[in-house]
Design a protein. Structure first.
Ligand code: C2E
Ligand code: MG
Ligand code: MG
Ligand code: MG
Length: 281
């Protein structure tokens, strides 16, 4: 952390910093207990197939549900969990629980072939047994591997490249799709894209939400759609909040969309009700 600061930067260890560190320590302690108490669980946000208008699957998004029912957002606990290494255990839990949910939906809705995508932190790629964890989640749930998808961000492309590529290839060899999350907000060069195998680009919500009013955002989306086609993949628009944005994404040839317009991330029971309602957008 200090390494990243420039030479000659003077760090003042004052009371504010001490307070911040104490809060982080307390949070770390709480998170370890929460993990043991199974308080980390996935919520599910529907992903809609823009051709049929039907739910194609869900993104699993981590939530920390305190015993009093209060929910903590991943923005609050994922960064710290990455710093202290707890992300590996949280990630493993997310994989296992999401795979079990796929199995449950498979039994209740056998014709729908719903898929669930799970977010992977680039830190998780530091684990030599990541692929084994994925295999174990699939085997324990008894699902077909192609029902599970994994979301990674461009930041991963900066990590230990050859090892990461080998892991991604092993994952895809199992029929598991790799989705590039928040696409357009990172710093990856285009040359990375064809070295790193992926099956879909998820257009970041910041472009989607501006698309109907900012011509440049529309051009960027058009370019991303083209790029995905060249790479042989599909495009998912994130953060769709209005009917107008949905219409724009359809017009621009996006294959799938997700966002508050359809539904917020939901607890498994509510997500199940949504599938049962068989709604068409
Ligand atoms: P993400 O993977 O890009 O997930 C999309 C985020 O956008 C989610 O926030 C989702 O609730 C939110 N979102 C969905 N539709 C809309 C919309 O229409 N408008 C707006 N404004 N937001 C929308 P969430 O659940 O708070 O997650 C935030 C981030 O935390 C995720 O971004 C992901 O990077 C990370 N995260 C969540 N769960 C996990 C996990 O299990 N593992 C890891 N490594 N990261 C996770
Ligand atoms: Mg994601
Ligand atoms: Mg995203
Ligand atoms: Mg994001």
């Amino acid at each position: 952390r200090t390494k990243q600061r420039g030479r000659g930067t003077i760090e003042v260890f004052d009371r504010t910093m001490q307070g911040t560190m104490l809060r982080a320590l307390k949070l770390e302690q709480e998170m370890r207990l929460a993990l043991a108490a199974h308080e980390f669980l996935p919520f599910f946000q529907p992903i809609v197939d823009l051709r049929s208008g039907l739910i194609a699957g869900f993104e699993a998004l981590a939530r920390w549900q305190k015993p009093d029912g209060k929910l903590v957002s991943p923005a609050e606990f994922i960064p710290l969990s990455e710093e202290i290494g707890l992300i590996n255990q949280i990630g493993r839990r997310m994989l296992a629980t999401s795979a079990k949910q796929i199995a449950t939906w498979q039994r209740s809705f056998p014709d729908q072939k719903l898929r669930v995508s799970v977010n992977l932190s680039s830190k998780q790629f530091g684990q030599p047994d990541l692929v084994e964890q994925i295999d174990a989640a699939i085997a324990e749930a008894g699902i077909e591997p192609d029902r599970l998808e994994l979301e990674i961000t461009e930041s991963i492309l900066m990590e230990n490249t050859d090892a990461v590529i080998a892991t991604l290839k092993a994952i895809r060899a199992r029929g598991i799709k790799i989705l590039l999350d928040d696409f357009g907000t990172g710093y990856s060069s285009l040359s990375y894209l064809h070295r790193f195998p992926s099956d879909a680009l998820k257009i970041d919500g910041s472009f989607v939400r501006q698309a109907h009013k900012v011509p440049l955002s529309r051009e960027i989306i058009r370019a991303i759609v083209l790029l995905a086609r060249c790479l042989g993949g599909v495009v998912i628009a994130e953060g769709v909040e209005t009917a107008e944005q949905l219409a724009t994404m359809r017009e621009m040839g996006c294959d799938f969309a997700q966002g508050y317009f359809f539904a917020r991330p939901l607890p498994a029971t509510a997500a199940t009700e949504l599938i049962a309602a068989n709604r068409k957008w």
